[in-house]
Design a protein around this ligand. Sequence first.
Ligand SMILES: [Zn+2]
Length: 467
Amino acid sequence: MKLSLFNTVTRKREDFNPLDINLIKMYVCGPTVYDHPHIGNARSAVVYDILYRVLMQIYGQNKVLYVRNITDIDDKIIDRAMQLNIPISELTEKTIIDYNNDMQYLGCLKPTKEPKATQYIPQMISIIQKLLDLGVAYEAQKYIYFDVSKAKNYTLLSSRTIEELQESGRIETDKNKKNINDFVLWKPAKQNDDASTKFSSPFGIGRPGWHIECSAMSYEFLGPTFDIHGGGIDLIFPHHTNEIAQSCSAFPGSSYAKYWVHNGFLTVDHEKMSKSLGNFITVKNLIDKQIKGDVIRLLLLNTHYRKPLDYNKKALEDAEKILNYWYRAIEALDVKDITLYDDNNNISQVFLGSLFDDLNTPMAIKLINDFAKESHGAKTHEIKITAAKKMLYCAKFLGLMRVNKENWFKINIDQKHVENLINQRSDAKKQKNWSLADQIRDNLIALDVSIEDKADGTTAWKSLTKK
Ligand SMILES: [Zn+2]
């Protein structure tokens, strides 16, 4: 069984053949730390977390070097710190903690390395100097630009021609540039810039442009050529295109990343998520609403990573129902069965096969659900237990079912809360506010509570998640 991945460079699924089976090297573009991560950021983190787990399953726990950078210097960060009237470092440090907590809430393992851009400025300067020496970068008005007309592999990733790429850069109004798509490697500091954003360099005091940090940090940890580079599809151009141009030019003989993996967009109710549309959803928003991490994680994995994913209330409710169904399947298991899961040799091969097939998580989830079905419908106790165990091992592999069964249902069924909702619903019915009554009924269903209206006006309820 071999892992295959869709490689953006070749536009086809390819067998994954690492450069060195003793150390698999993966780089993923991480967060820009100026605000709470939104669910689009969460999707990317969850997707590469699955790839990380799959690689560790194949090559061994300590054989995968997963680097995910932290962009802690950027215009957005500077603007936000100014808006909040706090030092930049206070904003970035707090946001890094928030990001890590949120990703942990979603069950993501920590990458091997999480380098911060501000700690690799000398490495960036050294690459910029190399590019200047090689004549592929130039100085204009104290800015250093990369000259894309001299770039290596500039159109490799986007499969668009130079002319098409120029078209997408046409809104740029920077008069200093020789070519429309030339991009900033270093920008001079302005007089009233915060001291923490000013760095000395042979090209004057200033700070790096965005793209150079990933070339510098991937080189630092993974060398000039490595196995996998990941990120959101929106990063293909210009960010990843520019990373390739910089690294392949600065390190002759380097082909940078061998496999490029990109995850698709995320929409909310089929619309682009944006603050102005009021549909901007952060992981923190969901935590505040007491949506469980597993529910969000399952929702994010229930669509194949390359496809667009729509976040909506129904998808969230469906994810919760699926997990309730799985949890009911393990009720028959005792503690011993549950704690044995971490032996990954027990994982169903068919299940692993679906993940090895370009991370087909929807198929993997379907297989888990089939095991749950098998357990629920089992004629004998033995079959029930075997199927439930198979299901649990696979779910754990995906980073799901982290909460033990007692706690899952405890959080889920808060008796007082259910009774309050039922009372509110009867009040709404008395006031003939049918839409509110229906809405409350839907909320009860989402809590996996079944209700029965009696002739005398009272409502009986029972929890489907408790026997
Ligand atoms: Zn990057």
